[in-house]
Design a binder for this molecule. Structure first.
Ligand SMILES: C[C@@H]1N[C@@H](C(=O)NCc2ccccc2)[C@H](O)[C@@H]1O
Length: 449
């Protein structure tokens, strides 16, 4: 083991109530909104091929021209309650909202910069009504904050000269001030989702970032901060020089999912996912593959089956309305969650071998198992392998608990659960219970039709 001062300060999952609640969220909403939503990936009729929220970095636009978008920020159709209602209907249990993205525009009236909503035609705070609306909807709020800030004169990609170092010191204090300001103005926020922390300038600030993280945790006990905030003193990010996760959960699953349980190293994690291939901010022309509700539901099931949460991104339009395609996806996902969310909320990795038909989840603190089916076997027989000595109780469709499904023990601790569901067009859930002291063949009803 290497002796580290600014590595991980804790190993393993956080045991406290705040983190237990986070662990059980299952499904979340990401909101990427800011000045970039106004051009929406297009400028003077030309489309920008990168991610819409990175359009400022496109050579085709003079930076000052982009920065003057502040004078066009007037989202007349912004309705915080409507956004929260969409998330509620979808079944999201938490929301991560951009307070400031890489362009440095603040959606709250920060007193540490002029580049905020206060100096736009809109004038008003955007974050406060959002936090209030989501809190009222019972959806926990996490504040996204980009450390990298293209608008601040003190931002540097690396520290090469004494002048860089002096400028960056000012930037570090500005960053600290804004974070304390956010936690003070929005005390109900449950966490901070840091981004824009990969450049050398910030990676070299192990001591400062470690002290700042500890200060924020003291200011807001229980606050949840992921692995993307800070590097250790050897520049190691997410996992320190001893391979221990820095922060409360792994924050590396951006637009990708783990394949198997070994990939998550026993840590908490969430996956943040775009609906198109790679657009977080609003992009008028949603080119390429747009994920369907089916795909997003499967990613949610897969995430929970591997002990994580799934966070689906929304990129509201410059006028503040959510685009109709995202509203439609929220409805379809919400309709599925209405019937099946018991297999998602407060569920965890079931410690069972994955089978071809789909994913297992297990209700935390119980022996209830859920089989989330995405591929129906032609013979209607669903294979389940249990650890030795573990029995299986009666199985039933989650949506119809009265139907006792036939369970056939085909060999030691291996079963076929029979369920012919030819009309299925949507993923569905079968549920059963396990018991630890297996009394072979006595733990489930013999077939009843
Ligand atoms: C959550 C997303 N993170 C921002 C981003 O720049 N991701 C690209 C990226 C991801 C990981 C390392 C470097 C760069 C995107 O703009 C979104 O805000």
């Amino acid at each position: 083991k290497i002796n580290l001062v600014h590595g991980a300060h804790r190993d393993g999952k956080r045991p406290d109530e705040a983190m237990k609640k986070w662990r059980g969220y299952g499904l979340g909403q990401f909101i990427h909104w800011g000045l970039y939503a106004i051009p929406g990936g297009e400028w003077n009729g030309k489309t920008y091929n990168g991610a819409a929220e990175w359009i400022r970095s496109w050579d085709g636009i003079p930076k000052s021209t982009y920065d003057s978008l502040i004078y066009k920020f007037n989202p007349v159709n912004f309705d915080a309650k409507a956004w929260a209602a969409t998330a509620k209907q979808m079944g999201a249990k938490y929301v991560t909202i951009t307070t400031k993205h890489h362009d440095g525009f603040c959606l709250w009236p920060s007193k540490y910069t002029d580049y905020t909503v206060a100096n736009s035609p809109w004038k008003k705070d955007i974050i406060k009504p959002l936090v209030d609306a989501y809190d009222a909807a019972g959806i926990d709020v996490i504040l996204y904050f980009s450390v990298m800030d293209w608008n601040h004169p003190g931002w540097r990609y690396d520290i090469k000269t004494e002048a860089d170092s002096i400028a960056f010191e000012g930037f570090k204090q500005f960053t600290r001030n804004q974070l304390i300001e956010l936690l003070t103005l929005y005390p109900t926020a449950k966490g901070l989702w840091f981004d824009g922390t990969w450049d050398k300038s910030w990676v070299k600030q192990a001591a400062f970032a470690d002290e700042l993280e500890q200060e924020l945790r003291k200011l807001r006990p229980g606050i949840i901060i992921g692995s993307r905030f800070r590097a250790d003193e050897y520049g190691k990010r997410h996992f320190d020089s001893n391979g221990v996760l820095i922060g409360d959960y792994e924050q590396g699953w951006e637009r990708k999912l783990p394949e198997k349980i070994a990939d998550v190293h026993g840590n908490d994690w969430d996956c943040v996912m775009t609906v198109p291939e790679n657009q977080w901010g609003y992009n008028k022309a949603w080119k390429g593959h747009i994920k369907t509700a089916f795909e997003l539901i499967e990613m949610t099931a897969k995430s929970v089956s591997l002990g994580g949460n799934f966070v689906m991104n929304f990129g509201p339009q410059g006028d503040g309305a959510i685009r109709k395609e995202e509203l439609q996806l929220a409805k379809e996902i919400g309709d599925w969650m209405k019937v099946n969310s018991e297999a998602i909320y407060n569920c965890e990795y079931a410690v069972l071998d994955k089978q071809d038909w789909g994913y297992f989840t297990k209700k935390t603190g119980s022996n209830k198992i859920y089989m989330l089916v995405f591929n129906t076997p032609i013979n209607g027989k669903y294979r389940v392998k249990l650890p030795a000595k573990m029995g299986i109780s009666m199985a039933a469709p989650l949506s119809n608990p009265g139907v006792k499904l036939k369970i056939e023990e085909i060999k030691a601790n291996e079963y076929f659960i029979e369920f012919n569901n030819p009309s299925a067009k949507q993923p569905f859930v079968i549920t059963f219970e396990t018991d630890t002291d297996k009394k072979s063949n006595q733990n489930y009803e013999k077939a009843k039709t």
